[in-house]
Design a binder for this molecule. Structure first.
Ligand code: BGC
Length: 519
C-alpha cells in the first residue's frame, strides 16, 4: 500500500517534502537549456537587419532595401532566401526532436541535454566562421538539432524533478531562460551592430557558443529524475534520488505512484503506436494544439523580426535594435509574473487573461499601422510620439504572452502525459511548435507584404479562437501530481468520455489508494 502521509490539498494529492536547495539548483541548471533556444530566436532578427550581413550573404535584398526607400514599406524585406536563413533552424529542430525522444527515454533526460549542447556548439562555430550561405545554413541546422534535443528533454526534466505544488514555477525557469537568451541576443546585436569593420554579425552568431557551453557542462552535473531512473530499471537509485530531492525519508506514497507509473510504462513497447489509443486522446490533442496555438499568437513576428518590423515602420537601424531590446526586457520581467502566480492562480486564468491582453494590443497595433500606412504602405517615417505608442502596445502584447502562452505552452504539455508516452508526447509538442515557428519565420515577411496591417488582425483572430479553446477544453492542472494527471481528464466534462474506469488504474485523487502492482 502506498505508505506515508498524504495531505489532501483540495486541488489534488500532496506528497510530503519540501523544495530543497538541491532541486532548485538542479532545475536552474537544466533550465539553462532554454538559453540556446532563446539566443537563437533573438539573434537572427538583428543579424538579418545588419547592412554588412545582408551585403555579404543577401546582396539582392540589401540592394532592394537601399534603393526602395519610397515604395511599399510592407514589402522591403520580402525574400525567401533570407527567410530560409531564419527558419532552417526550426525545421532541423522538428526532425531532431523525434530522435531525441528515443534518447530521452532510453538514456535519460540529461544525455539529451548534453547532446543538444554539443551539437549547438559546433553550429555556433560554423556560423561565426561562415563564408557563404551554405555554411550559414548548415550551421543553423546544427543549432536546430541542438534546440530539438534541449526542448525535448528540459521541460520534462523540470516537471519530473519539481514537487507538484511548485511544478509550474520550476518549469517556467525554462521559459525564463528562453527570454533571457532572447534579451542577451538583442543586447549583443545592439553592440555588434556598432562594430565598424562589418564583422559584427560574426560576433553575434559565434557568441551562441556561450549558452551552449553552459548547458553542455551543466548537464554533466545533473542527476537523473527518479521517474527516468525507474523507467530505465534502477529502482533503488530512483528511491534514493526521490528522498534527496524531496528532502525527506517519507517518500513512500510518491514512490509508490512512480512505481505504478513505471510498471504501466514497461508494458508499452512502442510509445509511438500507443499514443494513438483512445485513452490518450485528450493529451495528444493538447500536444498538437497548444504549440500550434502558441505560435499562432504571432509572438515570433515580434521576436524574430522586431528590428526588421521597426525598420519597416521607419525607425533607423539603431533605433530599431533598441526597440527590440525594450521588448526583450519586457519579455523577461513579465515572465516573473507567471513564475509567482502559476501555482496559485493556476494555468487557465493566466491563459485567459494573457489572451485578452494580446487581442486588444494586436487590434490597436494593426489599427495604428493602418492609419499610418494604409494599404499602399506609403506613409513615410513615423513621428517619434506615434512610434512610441506603437512600441508601447507591442510591449503590453509581449507582456501578455510572457505570462500566458509563452511559459504555459511548454509547461502544460510537459505535465499532462503519463510516463509511458511522456517522451513521445513531448516530441510531438516540440515538433508542432517548431513546425509552426518555421512556418511563421518563413512566411512572415511575405505575409506582411500581402496582408499588410491585416496581419495583426489575423493573429488577434487566432488568439480569440485559442482562448475559447482553453476555456472549454483545458482542465486546470495546478498542484496535481504528475503521475495522477489522468484523474483530471477523467473528471473533465468533455475528455472524461475518453478515459475508461480501467485506465484510471486505482489512482484516486487525494486518497492515495493502492495501485496495481503497488504492494
Ligand atoms: C516560444 C517561442 C517564443 C518565445 C518568446 C517561447 O515560449 O516557444 O517561440 O519566441 O517564447 O519568449
Amino acid at each position: 500500500m502506498a505508505g506515508g502521509a498524504i495531505v489532501n490539498s483540495g486541488s489534488g494529492k500532496e506528497y510530503p517534502g519540501k523544495l530543497t536547495l538541491y532541486v532548485l539548483v538542479t532545475c536552474v541548471v537544466a533550465a539553462t537549456g532554454g538559453l540556446i533556444f532563446g539566443y537563437d530566436i533573438g539573434i537572427s532578427g538583428g543579424v538579418t537587419s545588419m547592412d554588412s550581413f545582408l551585403e555579404k550573404f543577401f546582396p539582392e535584398v540589401h540592394r532592394k532595401q537601399q534603393a526602395d526607400r519610397s515604395t511599399n514599406q510592407y514589402c522591403q524585406f520580402d525574400s525567401q532566401l533570407l527567410q530560409t536563413f531564419t527558419s532552417s533552424l526550426y525545421l532541423a529542430a522538428l526532425v531532431a526532436s523525434f530522435f531525441a525522444s528515443g534518447v530521452t527515454r532510453a538514456f535519460g533526460r540529461k544525455w539529451s541535454m548534453f547532446g543538444g549542447g554539443v551539437t549547438f556548439l559546433v553550429g555556433a562555430a560554423l556560423n561565426g566562421a561562415a563564408k557563404d550561405v551554405a555554411m550559414l545554413i548548415i550551421g543553423r541546422i546544427l543549432l536546430g538539432i541542438g534546440v530539438g534535443f534541449a526542448n525535448q528533454s528540459v521541460p520534462v526534466y523540470l516537471s519530473e524533478m519539481a514537487p507538484a505544488r511548485l511544478r509550474g514555477m520550476l518549469n517556467i525557469g525554462f521559459q525564463l531562460m528562453i527570454t533571457i537568451g532572447i534579451l542577451a541576443a538583442n543586447l549583443i546585436n545592439y553592440g555588434t551592430n556598432k562594430i565598424k569593420g562589418g564583422w559584427g554579425w560574426r560576433v553575434s552568431l559565434a557568441l551562441a557558443a556561450v549558452p551552449a557551453a553552459i548547458i553542455t557542462v551543466g548537464s554533466l552535473f545533473l542527476p537523473d529524475t527518479p521517474n527516468s531512473l525507474l523507467e530505465r530499471g534502477f529502482p533503488e537509485r530512483a528511491q534514493r534520488m526521490l528522498r534527496r530531492i524531496r528532502g525527506t525519508d517519507d517518500v513512500g506514497a510518491e514512490y509508490a505512484d512512480l512505481v505504478a507509473a513505471s510498471e504501466e510504462s514497461k508494458l508499452v513497447e512502442n510509445p509511438w503506436a500507443n499514443i494513438l489509443q483512445r485513452r490518450y486522446r485528450p493529451q495528444i490533442t493538447m500536444a498538437l494544439l497548444i504549440p500550434f496555438f502558441q505560435q499562432l499568437t504571432g509572438i515570433n513576428v515580434i521576436m524574430f523580426y522586431a528590428p526588421v518590423l521597426f525598420r519597416t515602420l521607419g525607425f533607423g537601424s539603431n533605433a530599431s535594435l533598441m526597440s527590440s531590446v525594450i521588448t526583450g526586457l519586457v519579455n523577461v520581467f513579465a515572465t516573473f509574473v507567471s513564475i509567482f502566480t502559476v501555482d496559485r492562480l493556476g494555468r487557465r486564468k493566466l491563459f485567459l487573461e494573457g489572451g485578452a491582453q494580446m487581442i486588444v494590443c494586436q487590434i490597436v497595433v494593426g489599427t495604428l499601422i493602418a492609419i499610418k500606412f494604409g494599404t499602399s504602405g506609403d506613409g513615410g517615417d513615423l513621428s517619434k510620439g506615434y512610434a512610441a505608442i506603437v512600441v508601447l502596445f507591442i510591449c503590453v502584447y509581449v507582456a501578455g504572452f510572457a505570462w500566458s502562452w509563452g511559459p504555459l505552452g511548454w509547461l502544460v504539455p510537459s505535465e499532462i502525459f503519463p510516463l509511458e508516452i511522456r517522451s513521445a508526447g513531448q516530441s510531438i509538442n516540440v515538433s508542432v511548435n517548431m513546425l509552426f515557428t518555421f512556418a511563421i519565420a518563413q512566411a512572415f515577411l511575405t505575409m506582411l507584404c500581402h496582408m499588410k496591417f491585416g496581419l495583426f488582425y489575423f493573429f488577434a483572430g487566432w488568439v480569440v479562437i485559442m482562448s475559447f479553446f482553453v476555456f472549454f477544453f483545458l482542465p486546470e492542472t495546478k498542484n496535481v501530481p504528475i503521475e495522477e494527471m489522468v484523474l483530471v481528464w477523467r473528471k473533465h466534462w468533455f475528455w472524461g468520455r475518453f478515459i475508461a474506469a480501467d485506465d484510471v488504474n486505482g489512482v484516486e485523487m487525494g486518497i492515495g489508494k493502492p495501485k496495481s502492482g503497488d504492494k
